[in-house]
Write a protein that binds this ligand. Sequence first.
Ligand SMILES: [Zn+2]
Ligand SMILES: [Zn+2]
Length: 280
Amino acid sequence: MLIKFWGVHGSIPRPGPATLKFGGNTPCVEVRCGDTLIILDAGTGIRELGEDLLRRSSVASGTRLPITGHIFISHLHWDHMQGFAFFEPAFVKGNRFDVYGVGPISGHLRATLDRQLAEPNFPLTLDDLVASFTFHDLQPVQSLQIGGVTVRVEELNHPGGSFGFRFDFGGRSLVYASDTEQVACVDDRMVELARRGDVLIFDSMYAPDQYHGLWDGIPRVSWGHSTWECAVNVALAAGVRRLVLFHHGNEDAIVEDIERRAREKFPQTTAAYEGLEIEL
Ligand SMILES: [Zn+2]
Ligand SMILES: [Zn+2]
């Protein structure tokens, strides 16, 4: 299993000098399980992933091999789908994608995506994407099989709902939990999803004092995101091997400090950055 991060910032893209180290694109993670391509979320990071996929699929003769992949959308907040219309492989005939998401929480996946692409939001419809798409509405607490990959779906604690995913392949496991708030710091369902996972990618948007409003008088409680401390507590409770802090909500210097503090409690911690690759 190969994991590569293309977008790691949360809620809104934040390009510029303050995010040069970790990157300012919103969530997108590429996962390779043998020949199976899985894409986690379609934030602005998916644009560069798409360009890279097209480069990789080109052969010397100038023809392209078709790209097939499975796109899991944790939920349809802007930062998790705003790159979708800029995913260039979607505009190449012959490519095929299965898209998984929302289900009964927010309505039908295809209709919702179509509405977000259409006027007056944007001048497209899903029919303008000439690649072949199949949409799958997910249910919470569901398992599905994609080739040799077993996928488990769990509902997370987030306004409007959000899904967490666990991927098991070849004896290795990856857990993706972006956009979730651990109100009491450790949610049993979350711990169960992450149980003994090799890698846990977890929402670590805030520092604890920031979460409680001590930095600027703005408490972020009930906004649907966690602190690095909650991420560490989940990692410890679930017995994961490695923790990746994700969905950053701060500039580089603060993310560096968050990573340092998290490592003191859970040494196998990395703050995700664009370009980070993890091979399992
Ligand atoms: Zn988000
Ligand atoms: Zn969200």
